[in-house]
Design a protein around this ligand. Structure first.
Ligand code: ADP
Ligand code: MG
Length: 703
């Protein structure tokens, strides 16, 4: 269905009103190279040109207004260096003051006193007089005076372009010149008729016209909805295609049986009864691994929900079927802890477990590598050292990635190249992700949720205290220690290299030590500048209960498990993000004792920090906290999402378009159920569109 090159591919300088010089600027400043790029440069708002207010009608409480009037002589007011420009606009009904603080000389040169202008901006009141600071101002040429019956688009632009008179409104003139030249064949419809009907969607060509020049608000809304849907739907088609194809086509090693190791462990070595959520997830994994296709499963469980045992049982299942497993953790401490914990649980069983991290000495490392190749090691635990090409297996069948948000897709895919048939992959994360975010980031993975904590857990009581009451807080810590409990005191060392933060940590440590003197008390300390051995020694002393207090930076953030610890004190808590606070808090409340989290802050707090602390004190629910986190920070800042390139929507927002996203997801899934390769005639246009887009957009390589 090719019709030759579309007009949308024409270089931007060929558009009427552009030319080589402005074309160059549009390319540099806005990345607009072609007619098509301009078409996709969407307005961020529209001015209702039918609504020009008489100045006398401007009243307190009004936000943005548009007026038209004759400009008076602009005057420079104030001292040098703090000069501002002021001019009065009169329309026969009243006076409006216009003020500029920046670009005074330039603005003054541009304005022509006595001329009629159209002015738009946010109204402020000084001494009962309305004024607008840095208004949008444009000569009321004929077009403006006449007014049109549509909403006039205003586009994102840059300061540099403005100095060349390519303002947010001037860009609209270019778009207006472009639109009559394009036809539906330049922006062909690719959504199948059934989807158009089910979603009540505006046709594509019409949507492009209406997003720029809508006759009314309803048309704009419908156009925006259509184009947002298109973005979300295309992503969902891609992700679900990967998922369904994997289900149907990928090869996977088959775990035929639940064997002696699994059963023996389950019957005689499991230290507790599994929760229903744990049982359900293990069953999901068993089913997945028996189908002959590769499993790619994301396990989301709140901190302390017991993901480790799920991983262990899965790895025993692999061993029962003659396959090796590996478990990859984000930090050395966590890898060591997994190794210690799992070795302990398996100590009476014929299962070989080994640890491979960056600090394992060369001779020992060679031995481990050899044993992995020989197939002697059943379970290999480690850090990212496991990814290296030197690590090879005889028959790797199962990979667990703990706390996945620190591993990129690329790193993950390296692991499944370690076996001829790719091993099953279980990704575990204790940073719950809002549903819409996980739908767009991990839509190609199958998802399990563990929404149940082991029985007997008591909710952690969280309070906010100012640093001025640190003394009381430490006294409280002392009382808990008297009862046989242990405590964490966390200091921010967000930038490992920050000298100031490091000094704070050391001073904090000395303070704690003075408050809890030896030999009655012993204190461990762990931070990023220590060697792995030092960290390990300190950690082990705390795990064994030889020390009662752990002073640490966020290196213990994820995974660390000391059930006897019941107090978490977080210093400078205002410096931490929500999910980080939740992770840190998750280090306590892991046993049956009542646990506490105390957030210490300085006296001055931003409103965002205040909001974070409030949420922390209100809830222990990681999923709620994740939603709130996304609300406060925006999805682009959630760890790991920015680089992914998955969220580069032009219009859609996973925060604000949840319902639309869910509809797109459902419809994409249904469509692919019937026709995963998009071979039906009614899906030809969609297939064509995806092919044309390929290479332009990055998307998940997991397969
Ligand atoms: P996370 O999901 O945060 O990784 P862990 O796997 O570290 O959690 O488990 C947290 C704690 O809960 C550990 O001490 C673990 O032994 C314990 N645990 C896990 N499952 C259960 C269960 N079903 N009943 C009681 N305790 C459990
Ligand atoms: Mg864990």
């Amino acid at each position: 269905m090719q019709h030759g090159p579309s007009i949308l591919e024409s270089p931007i300088e060929y558009l009427k009103g552009v030319g080589p010089q402005r074309g160059d600027m549009l390319r540099k400043e806005l990345n607009i190279h072609s007619f098509g790029d301009l078409l996709e440069h969407f307005p961020y708002r529209h001015i209702d040109k039918t609504r020009v207010f008489p100045i006398s009608a401007i009243a307190p409480g009004m936000e943005m207004v548009q007026v038209r009037g004759i400009l008076g002589e602009p005057e420079e007011i104030g001292e040098k260096g703090r000069k501002r420009l002021s001019a009065i606009l009169r329309d026969g009904t009243g006076e409006l003051e216009l003020t500029w603080f920046q670009g005074v000389q330039w603005v003054k040169k541009m304005l022509v006193p006595g001329r009629q202008y159209v002015v738009y901006g946010k109204v402020a009141w000084f001494k009962n007089r309305p004024s607008i600071t840095h208004p949008e101002i444009e000569p009321a040429d004929e077009e403006n005076v006449a007014g049109r019956n549509f909403l006039e688009p205003v586009y994102p632009t840059t300061e540099k372009l403005k100095t060349k008179f390519i303002t947010g409104r001037a860009l609209g003139k270019l778009t207006a010149a472009l639109l009559p030249q394009i036809s539906p064949r330049d922006v062909p419809e690719f959504l199948p008729a059934s989807i158009m009907a089910a979603g009540k969607l505006m046709p594509r060509f019409e949507a492009y016209r209406n997003i720029h020049f809508p006759p009314d608000q309803a048309s704009y809304d419908a156009a925006l909805r259509r184009l947002k849907f298109e973005e979300l739907f295309v992503l969902q088609i891609k992700l679900n295609q990967v998922k369904i194809k994997r289900h149907q086509l990928s090869k996977g090693v088959i775990f035929h049986q639940v064997g002696a190791l699994f059963n023996e462990f389950y019957a005689n070595h499991l230290p507790f009864a599994l929760t229903n959520a744990q049982k359900r997830v293990i069953k999901e994994i068993r089913t997945d691994c028996g189908r002959g296709h590769q499993m790619n499963r994301l396990l989301q469980g709140d901190v302390g929900s017991g993901k480790t045992i799920v991983a262990l049982l899965s790895m025993l299942l692999a061993a029962d079927n003659g396959f090796q497993s590996c478990l990859m953790a984000p930090t050395e401490i966590l890898a060591q802890q997994h190794f210690a914990g799992i070795s302990q649980l398996l100590k009476d069983m014929p299962v070989t477990v080994a640890l491979l991290t960056g600090s394992v000495k060369a001779a020992e490392r060679r031995k481990i590598l050899q044993r992995a190749v020989d197939g002697e090691i059943h379970i290999l635990i480690g850090t990212h050292a496991l990814i290296e090409d030197t690590v090879q297996f005889k028959n790797l069948g199962f990979v667990v990635i703990d706390e996945q948000h620190r591993f990129g897709v690329e790193q993950r895919s390296k692991l499944w190249q370690k076996n001829e048939i790719p091993p099953h992959v279980l990704v575990m994360t204790a940073t719950p992700i809002p549903r819409t975010l996980s739908m767009s980031l991990f839509g190609d993975l199958d998802c399990s949720v563990m929404d149940e904590l082991p029985p007997g857990r008591q909710p952690i009581t969280t309070v906010h205290r100012y640093e001025s009451s640190r003394h009381n807080v430490l006294e409280f810590v002392g009382e808990e220690i008297q009862k046989g409990r242990q405590a964490y005191i966390i200091f921010p060392l967000i930038e490992e290299s920050s000298k100031l933060e490091y000094e704070n940590l050391m001073r904090g440590y000395e303070n704690v030590k003075a408050f809890f003197p030896e030999p009655k008390f012993y204190i461990s300390m762990v931070h990023g500048r220590m060697s792995a051995e030092e960290k390990d020694t300190n950690m082990q002393r705390f795990v064994k209960g030889d020390t009662q207090i752990m002073v640490s930076t966020t290196v213990i953030e994820v995974g660390v498990n000391v059930p006897n610890a019941s107090v978490m004190v977080i210093e400078s808590a205002e410096k931490f993000g929500l999910s980080q606070l939740h992770q840190l808090r998750g280090r306590v409340g892991r046993g049956s004792e009542k646990s506490f989290c105390i957030l210490l802050t300085g006296p001055k707090l931003t409103s965002d920090a205040r909001e974070r602390l409030k949420i922390m004190c209100e809830t222990n629910d990681g999923f709620r906290i994740a939603e709130k986190d996304m609300e406060l920070r925006g999805p682009g800042d959630i760890e790991g999402t920015r680089q992914s390139g998955m969220l580069n929507f032009k219009l859609a927002s996973i925060m604000h378009d949840k319902a639309l996203m869910e509809a797109a997801q459902r419809m994409a899934e249904n469509l692919l159920e019937e026709d995963v390769e998009l071979m039906k005639p009614e899906h030809a246009a969609l297939r064509q569109h995806l092919l044309a887009k390929k290479g332009k957009t990055f998307w998940s390589k997991i397969s």
